[in-house]
Design a protein around this ligand. Sequence first.
Ligand code: F6R
Length: 606
Amino acid sequence: MCGIVGYAGKEDCVDLLIDGLQKLEYRGYDSAGIAVIQNSHIEVKKTKGRLADLVDKMETEGRLKGCCGIGHTRWATHGEPSDINSHPHGNERISIVHNGIIENYREIKEFLIEHGYSFESETDTETVLKLLDYYYKGDPIDAIAHVVKEIRGSYALGILFMDFPDRIFAVRKDSPLIIGIGENGNFIASDVPAILKYTRNYYLLEQNEIATLTEKGVDICDIHKNPVKKEIQVADWDLDAAEKGGYEHFMLKEINEQPTSIRTTISPRISDGMPYLEESGMTKEMLKSYSRIYIVACGTAMHAGLIGKYVIEKLAGIEVTVDIASEFRYRNPLITDKDLVILISQSGETADTLAALKLAKEKGATTMSIVNVKGASIARESDIVIYTHAGPEISVASTKAYAVQLSVMYLLAFELAYAKGAITKEECMRLTKELQNVPDKIQDILVLKERCQFIASRLVNAESLLYIGRGLDYALSMEGSLKLKEISYIHSESYAAGELKHGTISLVTEDMPVIAVATQSDLFEKTVSNIKEVKARGAKVTMICREGTVDDKAVANHLVTLPDMDDIMMPMLALVPMQYIAYYTAVLKGCDVDKPRNLAKSVTVE
Ligand code: F6R
């Protein structure tokens, strides 16, 4: 939700800011802007629209030039996407970019109006700018410290003060911001991919620490101006990982990266053929001690939790409750200090998931997070963290992050089941081996893309779709349905196949295609009966199942068949055709696959 970059150094920073914003565009893409210090002025160029529109604008109106600047790509919260509401906001002496939400901006605005300020935008950010201006008496750190004491909400701020033309200032609370340490200058950025081209070294900024960046170095202090010493973090992501690498879209690239992502995630957590999560701090004794598990997350990550629930309950016999984070945080969940609360998040910054984590901690539960972005808030604040190694996920629609979240869910389920004595060592080793076979199987399934392209061509004109399945297939179909609707804008719903006849089947006509997942042997016959019910009402059915389990046409109109694996592992294979079908449907509809409308990655607002 909004991307921020900034640079203070020796080089002209305009290309560098644009390049950084391009890497962050997944965080918001309804307007873009930069501000640089040029000939003793703060010069701003900003526009509604994509980053490409900003580049066009500079070509028409003239490029900016300067060695110190900040940039922003926006996902609108307060005020529609427009030139005026775009960041940076500023006057002749201060310019700022902001990611987050200022909850008390109305009262601050009233206070400032009483003190003679006027406002031109509808944004909460402009109140921060004017409050900074109000408090600025020649010392930027004093002004920033005053402001952060008064504003409530979440913020990552990049700030230029004209009186200090060689530096940028930054502060954050509950929104991500890193400080990149380069050779010829230093950076601020919302996420690592924005700085990877220039440096791998960075500092993590903690809540309300204030950073001052110049060409020569970075000073960090707290709001009382006490210096803070920082440990340098080293990014282990590849530069190539943040590039499309010849694929038409990041989403397609990321679908194809799944075998590698899974391998890289599970390999360090398997020792002598057994799951090994102890390096995260989760000991066997701890695993044995939990009587209940909560899994809390949003969107796709929550769907990974649903698969986790089925697998953990089935293998380990422990009760698992899966919650949507935005519901969990307000429903007063009955958590105790004997419970384990697992938070799943690709970005590690999702506001609702972070709030759920804080609530779980207040209630005394052990918290474990499964996070993809190193050093993200959710990882830092939880008791135990298991990092997934998917590399940067740039496409807004999550694919490889989901696959690695599932693989961690499986490892955890195996380890829990073994620790609880619910499965033998031999069975645990067999299941672990089966998980290790998944990447190769997925590699084979990736060739199904033409089949899925064909199926997509049959779906592209549909107004609404139904996804059905039972058990693990139902949990997976929720993710398939989300993927389709978020990138192709075709309405779809996922339904437990056995529940259809209790109401929803009345929607089924020849105009409502159905995607049925039927990979679970014990539920197969029952799902086939449900497929027949919708087919009898005219629906064209695409069935995703194992090879050799069904005769073409007799049951479904289109089949996608998968290689055989243990039942519980089948969602890891069936996810690929789900993703492909959504992807190719969106491509055929001409949608902007990697940047679907109204969405942004890393949802740092409630
Ligand atoms: C959908 C998607 C979202 C995210 C959700 C949680 O494709 O990506 O539903 O899964 O916003 O994000 P994280 O995992 O970053 O907490």
